[in-house]
Design a binder for this molecule. Sequence first.
Ligand code: MGD
Ligand code: MGD
Ligand code: SF4
Ligand code: MO
Length: 714
Amino acid sequence: MPNTAHVTCPLCEATCGLSVTIEDSVVTDVRGDHDDVFSRGFICPKGVSLGALHADPDRLRAPLVKRDGEFVEVSWDEAFAEIDTRLRAVVAEHGNDAVAMYAGNPSIHNVSSALYGPVLYRAMNTKNFYSASTVDQMPKHYTSGYMFGAPLTIPIPDVDRTQYFLMLGANPLVSNGSLMTAPDMRGRLKALRARGGRLVVVDPKRTRTAELADEHHAIRPGTDALLLFALVNVLFERKLVDLGALAEHTNGVAEMRSLAEPFTPEAVAPVTGIEAADIRRLAAELAAAERAVVYGRVGTTTQEFGTLTSWLVDVLNVLTGNLDRPGGAMFPKPAASAPASGKPFRHGRWRSRVRGLPEVFGELPIATLADEIQTPGEGQVRALVTVAGNPCLSGPNAGRLDAALGELDFMVSLDVYLNETTRHADVILPGPTPLERPHYDLAFYQLAVRNVAHWTAAALPSELPQEWRTLLRLLGIVTGQGPDADIAALDEFVAGEIARRAGVEVADAGDRTGPERLVDLMLRAGSYSLTLADLEAAPHGIDLGPLTSRLPDAVTTASGKIELAPTAITDDVPRLAARLGDVPNGQLVLIGRRQLSSNNSWMHNVESLVRGSNRCTVQVHPADAAGIGLVDGGRATVSSAAGTVELPVEVTEVLRQGVVSIPHGWGHDVDGVRTSVAAAHAGANSNVLTEDGPLDAPTGTAVLNGIPVHLMPA
Ligand SMILES: Nc1nc2c(c(=O)[nH]1)N[C@H]1C(S)=C(S)[C@@H](COP(=O)(O)OP(=O)(O)OC[C@H]3O[C@@H](n4cnc5c(=O)[nH]c(N)nc54)[C@H](O)[C@@H]3O)O[C@H]1N2
Ligand SMILES: Nc1nc2c(c(=O)[nH]1)N[C@H]1C(S)=C(S)[C@@H](COP(=O)(O)OP(=O)(O)OC[C@H]3O[C@@H](n4cnc5c(=O)[nH]c(N)nc54)[C@H](O)[C@@H]3O)O[C@H]1N2
Ligand code: SF4
Ligand SMILES: [Mo]
């Protein structure tokens, strides 16, 4: 008899509910769950392929240890014994900072690593903690920390009730939304327009989202902060600033007025490529809309002025009175959340050894990991632990990082594949696939456009240990208890800590263990006093209603008020002001793009996902192509200050002239990997072209968009 499991898809931020049909332990069908309270049947090609991912013969099913340069399958005990000996040797000789850790994107989409990873990272007590955040959303954590008091106090567009949506550097029709958990963004944006609302997209490319919009502005890459500052300037100039109920909760309005003064529409127009008249009109429309929201995503955070852009997005939401009100930018109230520290946010508690870059939110920029590995001296990084990350494809100046990983004394990877990064490891510890593990989307319900909760039990039994067990075994090694520490005792300790901070009793969770117990405790401590049993009784999820106003409680700054102009942010304004007058000079610049059937670097080994449009090409505007002698379907050599790649050309007028686009996450044609499908659809690694020198100054986030490049026919 087939049975149907109702699961939350953990692959991207949309958290779709899926119905998975299983016959004799084989997945025979995956479709959108029409009864899911949030996604109502929506699904994308990646969700459909969860069964194929599970069945992938290349996926790792036993630990691997490298012996004489070749990986061999070993028992779990042997793998941990190897780690115990070699990792402890590095620490004994060189200290804790000699061990770096890198947490990749899927580690936050996985309830095991989301809850138990941080316990390991803290116990390692190294300055060298890195993650995908500094090639992604770190500017948003930083600005949220300084404006609202905590790095996870991130305002989310209330897309279902807004009447005016100004969206920059995001393509949710392809990405399915980010820092805005909302399944079926096409449906939601169409509904916005159907109720008479307006969607304005700012993107150097006419994306699928831009196609759907009322208005699209093809901005010059990297100049969003100038555009947003000009909108602020017009709001003050035309006396359109109206904080409404926010006024009594906000500091810094006068500072904003003077900071915005130099950034007139006329001053920024030639730099951004957006007409002054359009900027004035956009500001007036934004102010006039009954309910409006400004939102920026990865195109605005992974660029030279990521922090200033993230900041100005929320400054505009406050100055127009749209923060914390329905239809504006609101703070979700998740059912389960990690108890906050209570201390006001600050950064720079330590600095990187080589470049002196400040710590932000507990980590250092991934752009400087190669420096730390390759620069000799006290504190040099000699060992690395990666958890669900592929920085050799996802990090800036990837050619250099790849070489640096080859120079380590010891490396351990928790990963499901032997790929471009994990090939450098000495030990690879595999984990279960999404269908073999329980799931609760701790991170993304905190960023969702509705308050919802859905618990997923493992749909299939796992042949591999759950990753929380693997992480606790590593914790045992790191804390000197050896490779066979008492996992149950360590888990008891972790649960005790969570319960203490949340103000509940461990015993309340009964005889549950692992993530089940932690989620149960966090639900009990949460705003709705739910239990895991409540969620287990609701296979299609529980809808906790639309977002609600949360001021003043949500704001935890030292003043208790929203800080519009904290110096930790405004100190970077002179760097931006220096760009006024910086008009295009004919230099081509590179931006990235996401593809519907892709998931950063790692789902290219599923045959159904690498067919058709999912191709790694360099897109070039027809006028630029003609000037260089490139033809559609031909090949181009693309070079930057960091490196050179060669790939097929796609000539398309959807790009702004002067801008070329290459998707990231490709370049699977390296030696020693075990991903046969991906290798046959290798593509080129766009991060060979991105640099690790220039950064978003406040946060050290890599500049992945707006890279100067040269193209030539290959
Ligand atoms: N040029 C450019 N570069 C970019 C971006 C861009 O837009 N342009 N985007 C950036 C962004 S936003 C991000 S988030 C990063 C992502 O950067 P990373 O997180 O470094 O890379 P991913 O491609 O997500 O790699 C995920 C790894 O986790 C493994 N994995 C998948 N599922 C699991 C699991 O359940 N358990 C374990 N242990 N391993 C698992 C995969 O095999 C893969 O090795 O890339 C960034 N890089
Ligand atoms: N199908 C699919 N979905 C994904 C992923 C995936 O790889 N594939 N990755 C997931 C991850 S990790 C993340 S972080 C999210 C990201 O989610 P989104 O931010 O929605 O992702 P992108 O599609 O990269 O959209 C970024 C847009 O920024 C534009 N852009 C580039 N430079 C600039 C600039 O300087 N200014 C402006 N205004 N725009 C610019 C690009 O043209 C692009 O359209 O997607 C997630 N969802
Ligand atoms: S949109 Fe995201 S969550 Fe939904 S099915 Fe696709 S990958 Fe899964
Ligand atoms: Mo990301």
